[in-house]
Design a protein around this ligand. Structure first.
Ligand code: FE
Length: 188
């Protein structure tokens, strides 16, 4: 697909294009020990740029075979994180939980989202406005199921996290729609 077409198609993405839908509300602050407080809020323009050019390089890479991943993940976690599955709405462990903590990658433990960036989206999936740093999430255009969406993955181990949409409530206007099975919350 020509680059200009990709840009236009990504720019025209609407919240109606994903299985994760709905709008959230709430104040959003970038703070916490694991969050780079000096980082400006990511915007949809940044997401498109990262989807095309790649995110900033991660601090490390974790590469394991499917056999090795199966040994440390439940069948459901493996299906979602390694096979790009989606958990049923309103069934995930963190769907409606707003306890404080940091959400790390279920597969490799990389810190991805801060609970202070979590908001009630009403979608049935844990939703965040920002990742803790630019280089922890990878963005890839996803044309599966006849839709054009932007998939989000762990930038360290390539675990499927969910999708990102341009209808979030924060200053950057993003909604990171994730699967609980892709995350593990740790205490502050
Ligand atoms: Fe990971």
């Amino acid at each position: 697909m020509p680059r200009i077409v990709l840009l236009i198609s990504l720019a025209l993405l609407t919240p109606l294009m994903g299985s994760c839908q709905g709008h959230g509300e709430g104040e959003v602050m970038r703070q916490g020990a694991s969050v780079n407080q000096n980082m400006p809020a990511l915007t949809w323009k940044d997401v498109i740029h990262f989807a095309e050019k790649g995110s900033p390089p991660p601090d490390r890479r974790v590469v394991m075979s499917d056999t090795e991943w199966r040994q440390q993940l439940s069948p459901e976690e493996f299906r979602i994180t390694r096979l790009k599955g989606t958990e049923r709405a309103f069934t995930g462990q963190y769907c409606e939980s707003h306890a404080p903590g940091v959400y790390a990658c279920r597969c490799c433990g990389t810190e991805l989202f801060d609970s202070r960036e979590k908001f009630e989206s009403g979608t049935g999936w844990p939703s965040f406005t920002q990742p803790v740093r630019d280089n922890v999430v990878k963005y890839e255009k996803d044309t599966s199921f006849g839709m054009v969406r932007v998939e989000i993955l762990c930038n360290v181990c390539d675990a499927h996290l969910g999708h990102v949409f341009p209808d979030g409530p924060g200053p950057g206007g993003l909604r990171f729609c994730t699967n609980s099975a892709s995350l593990v919350r740790t205490g502050e």
